[in-house]
Every structure is written in structure tokens, then in C-alpha cells.
Design a protein around this ligand. Structure first.
Ligand SMILES: Nc1nc2c(ncn2[C@@H]2O[C@H](COP(=O)(O)OP(=O)(O)OP(=O)(O)O)[C@@H](O)[C@H]2O)c(=O)[nH]1
Length: 404
């Protein structure tokens, strides 16, 4: 690296996955680097004090809930992190900063802290540091249990506050879908074929990251230090569902362990009640679904669907370009050649496009079931705004439905 910015690696991963174990291992094998360690205040600090003494440093900071621009509630170390990292970087004593994020924290806001100027505090960490690698530690033993538990952090007494409504599975997915390296830890606790299947699923959820199996956090330190792997744009687009959206054709039969994915795509709206009925009987073999839904009863506004295990989120995502006034629409279209390319003569950009990732997916059956939830030819000719709409977010919609 030519710059003298201090490199930073961030360890994320759910509570108990093995972050501190990885940290201790790396400090024990640090190739002579002077490493400053930042941990969150809630984690029990089991970090070997003797490892920090020789030229290293240890800081503790506090976590906090924030609302992201997309309305999601996230837990982040942001404020304290800014101040602490700035201080450490300016001390000029360290070669590296290693951060153990909170087990209930999402990685995106941490990465943003390093990528953008903070207006409030006037700190621009990107001038002082270089975010080198986002690492997510996954507990191989607990993964399926946590993924399918249906529990919230509040139910587990792990919430950051009373208004922390996040589900455990959503946190797991956020951590997996945004990283450069996935450490599949506690591999000693699973049989080989179980590990192979889990690795297959993780690779499908996160195809870009380097996946490394570990026992007791024993990773080669240079696999997570000075890697040069982090890139904000790339990390933001690295989730398996995004890759699947971008790659048109797939051959699920060839997948090992029955892990497969496909995109459901139709230029015809869903009947809200029938779609609701289908979603209520959500097929267990779908591990992850994500995409955009065109609901006949909400013809102006596209809906977003995001599912991971038993957690299903559904609600308004934004106006269809086709529903905007002509001038606004044309201005936006000139910036989005892709939308022009896929423009439907009659319905514009309205579309149902959802990625499904799962194990032993019966693709044809699922497609037939979803097709049966679309409007029939007869319903296409009726007034869509009168359709009963029991799906979440309906109260925010006016009755604007109309065929173009
Ligand atoms: N069997 C087994 N146990 C492990 C492994 N790695 C870590 N552990 C144990 O798992 C427990 C949790 O590990 P930690 O490193 O404290 O996990 P953490 O992610 O830092 O936990 P929080 O700070 O609570 O978020 C400890 O008892 C570790 O000894 C492993 O590969 N196999």
C-alpha cells in the first residue's frame, strides 16, 4: 500500500460466534504488528491483557441504536467509534486497528463510519484510515438453530433497548450479506456433510466473500489483516440475491446438497389476498427471498419483500417510475438506462421480481403457486383499487390503483 493510512479490520458476528477467540488468536500471531484493539463495552472482555501490552492498545466503546435512511433500525458503534479511531490514528503508535463489533450490530453502519465524512462531529475517518477487511464470524454449530428460531433479540434479552424490534435471523443475514471474509467457526462441532451443506448455503447467500473454516478461531492472520479486500460499493452489492438478480439463467439440478436459487419474474400484478394466503403458508425450504412486488391494490407503489428463515418483511418500497408525473419520470429515466431497456409498453417498470434461495426447492411447484396468486384475466379488467388488501402497509396507501 502506498498510503500511510492505518488499516482497519472489523470483526462482526452474532453473540458467542467466536469473535473474541479470533481476536486473541490474531493477537497471538500478529507478525510483529502493533495492533490497537477496540471492543464494545457490553462484551465481556476475555482478551488476554498480556497480548495487548507489547505495543498494542485496548479501547472500549458503547453501542447505540440508529435509524438508517431506509428506515431500518440498526445497532452501531458509530459515535464512539469515530472519536476513538480518530484518536488512535492520530497517536501514530499503531500499525493496525482491529475492531470487535458488538454481537448484535450490523456491519453496514460500521463500514459507513469509515467511508463517509461525519458532518455532525466533523470527523472524516477516510483521511486517516483505510478499511481493509470486513470479517463475519459464523457459529457453525448454532447457525440453523438461530436461523430458524423465529426469536427476536428482545425475547433473548439481547436487545439494545425497548424499541429494538430486530429478529435474530435478520441480524444473521445482514452480517453474512455484507462482508469480505466469512469465518465459519466451531467446525469441530459438525459432521463433514453438515459442514459442506452449511458452506453451500453460505456461499449462495454470500458468493463474493472468501469463506474460511476455523476451529477455535484459528485463522491465518494475513487472511484478515492487510488483505486490501474491502470496497464499499462491491460489498454493498455482494449478497447472493443481488448476484442472482443480475445473472439470468440457472441450472439448479447441478447444485450439491440441493441448494439452488431462481428468480421469479412476471409483468402482471399480484392479487393481495391470494399473495397473503401464500405468504402465510411460507414454504419451509426457502431460506432467503428478496425482491420487488407489484400489488394490484397498490398500483403506484412497488412493495419490497425480504424473507430470511421465519422472518418475513413486506411493505412499500417507493413509487414505480410509471406512476410519476411525466417530467419527473423522464428526468429519472434519463439516469437509468436499465429501466428504459426493461420498460413495458403498457405497465412501464411495474414488475414482480423476486429471488428465491433454498434447499430442495421445487421450482416448478413454487412458480405455479405464485402464478395462481397473480390477477386472472378477468380480474385484470376490474377496478384493482377495490381489491381487499390485508397485506402490511396497506394503511399507508391511498386507493390509487388503476390500469394504465
Ligand atoms: N467448540 C468450539 N468452541 C469455540 C470455538 N470458538 C470459540 N468457541 C467457544 O465459544 C464461546 C464464545 O466465544 P467468544 O470468542 O467469546 O465469542 P464472541 O463472538 O466474542 O462472543 P460475544 O462477545 O458474546 O459476542 C467461548 O466459550 C469459546 O471458547 C470453536 O471453534 N469450537
Amino acid at each position: 500500500m502506498t498510503s500511510n493510512k492505518i488499516p482497519v479490520t472489523v470483526l462482526s458476528g452474532y453473540l458467542g460466534s467466536g469473535k473474541t477467540t479470533v481476536l486473541n488468536h490474531v493477537l497471538n500471531h500478529r507478525h510483529g504488528l502493533k495492533i490497537a484493539v477496540i471492543v464494545n463495552d457490553l462484551s465481556e472482555v476475555n482478551i488476554d491483557a498480556s497480548l495487548i501490552k507489547e505495543g498494542g492498545g485496548l479501547s472500549r466503546i458503547d453501542e447505540k441504536l440508529v435509524e438508517m435512511s431506509n428506515g431500518c433500525i440498526c445497532c452501531t458503534l458509530r459515535e464512539d467509534l469515530l472519536v476513538e479511531v480518530e484518536k488512535l490514528a492520530k497517536e501514530n503508535r499503531f500499525d493496525y486497528i482491529l475492531i470487535e463489533s458488538t454481537g448484535v450490530g450490523e456491519p453496514v453502519p460500521v463500514a459507513q463510519t469509515f467511508s463517509y465524512m461525519d458532518e455532525e462531529q466533523g470527523i472524516d475517518l477516510s483521511q486517516l484510515c483505510r478499511l481493509d477487511c470486513m470479517v463475519t464470524v459464523v457459529d457453525a454449530y448454532r447457525f440453523w438453530h438461530d436461523f430458524s428460531s423465529g426469536e427476536s433479540l428482545l425475547e433473548r434479552n439481547q436487545a439494545v433497548g425497548e424499541d429494538d424490534t430486530r429478529d435474530v435471523v435478520d441480524l444473521l443475514i445482514d452480517q453474512i450479506e455484507f462482508c469480505d471474509v466469512l469465518l465459519l467457526n466451531k467446525c469441530d462441532m459438525l459432521a463433514d456433510d453438515e459442514l459442506d451443506e452449511l458452506e453451500g448455503v453460505l456461499r449462495k447467500l454470500q458468493p463474493r466473500a472468501k469463506l474460511i473454516r476455523t476451529v477455535d478461531g484459528k485463522v491465518e492472520p494475513l487472511d484478515i489483516l492487510n488483505t486490501g479486500l474491502f470496497d464499499f460499493e462491491e460489498a454493498s452489492r455482494s449478497a447472493g440475491w443481488i448476484k442472482e438478480m443480475e445473472t439470468p439463467v440457472h441450472t439448479p439440478e447441478t447444485e450439491e446438497y440441493g441448494i439452488s436459487s431462481f428468480v421469479y419474474e412476471r409483468v402482471k400484478p399480484f392479487h393481495p389476498q391470494r399473495l397473503m394466503g401464500w405468504m402465510e403458508e411460507w414454504p419451509a425450504e426457502i431460506v432467503r427471498a428478496k425482491g420487488t412486488i407489484w400489488l394490484a391494490s397498490r398500483n403506484d407503489i412497488g412493495q419490497s419483500l425480504s424473507q430470511a428463515g421465519p422472518s418475513i418483511q413486506f411493505g412499500p418500497a417507493g413509487h414505480w417510475l410509471a406512476a410519476l408525473p411525466r417530467e419527473e419520470r423522464e428526468a429519472l429515466l434519463s439516469e437509468e438506462p436499465e429501466a428504459v431497456e426493461n420498460w413495458d409498453d403498457r405497465y412501464g417498470d411495474r414488475i414482480n421480481k423476486v429471488v428465491f434461495i433454498g434447499i430442495d426447492l421445487e421450482r416448478e411447484r413454487l412458480i405455479a403457486e405464485l402464478d395462481a396468486c397473480l390477477l386472472t384475466e378477468g380480474e385484470m379488467l376490474q377496478d384493482w383499487s377495490r381489491l381487499p388488501d390485508p397485506l402490511p402497509g396497506a394503511e399507508q396507501m391511498g386507493s390509487t390503483g388503476a390500469v394504465l
